[in-house]
Write a protein that binds this ligand. Sequence first.
Ligand SMILES: Nc1ccn([C@@H]2O[C@H](COP(=O)(O)O)[C@@H](O)[C@H]2O)c(=O)n1
Ligand SMILES: C[C@@]1(CO)OP(=O)(O)OP(=O)(O)OC[C@H]1O
Length: 157
Amino acid sequence: MRVGLGYDVHRLVDGRKLIIGGVEIPFKKGLLGHSDADVLLHAIKDALLGAVALGDIGKHFPDTDESYKGADSIKLLEEVEKLLRQKGYIVNNVDATIIAEAPKMAPHIEKMRENIATALSVSVHQINVKATTTEGLGFTGRGEGIAAQAIAAIVMK
Ligand SMILES: Nc1ccn([C@@H]2O[C@H](COP(=O)(O)O)[C@@H](O)[C@H]2O)c(=O)n1
Ligand SMILES: C[C@@]1(CO)OP(=O)(O)OP(=O)(O)OC[C@H]1O
């Protein structure tokens, strides 16, 4: 078994959709990025790439590449799963935390788990997603951005 860690942050701005874990969440602001800025999926992809020692998402999907403009992070997660499989690994489990003062993630967590499990070709029971505020402290507490962290374990096929 091998493990990897991922962490990502995106700024909250007006005029963008808020997409987290492949779910479009109704909110007054959205996350800014070259892609769809799905902070949770980015952290999970970095955790998976870390586990297989393949670098990070910036290396595989550069933000200087026009083809990733507005990219659907679910599709990129599927690409990462293919890279793992090519190296002889499958996902054992993923655990992740979304760090956001608002909006409430709880109503969307089950759909996020389903989206992630489907993209990784595993059971929903192998995927856990949590959310926490930072009690008003720091950039997440001020609502300036949303962060996510993830850990992934992978095993040989
Ligand atoms: N954006 C968020 C943040 C938190 N939650 C849920 O609320 C619980 C309590 O959060 P604390 O930061 O006060 O610990 C947390 O365990 C989550 O279930 C949420 O849904 N969305
Ligand atoms: C997937 C990419 C592609 O541009 O998404 P971004 O929205 O730029 O997000 P970031 O987490 O800054 O970097 C990862 C990029 O590779």
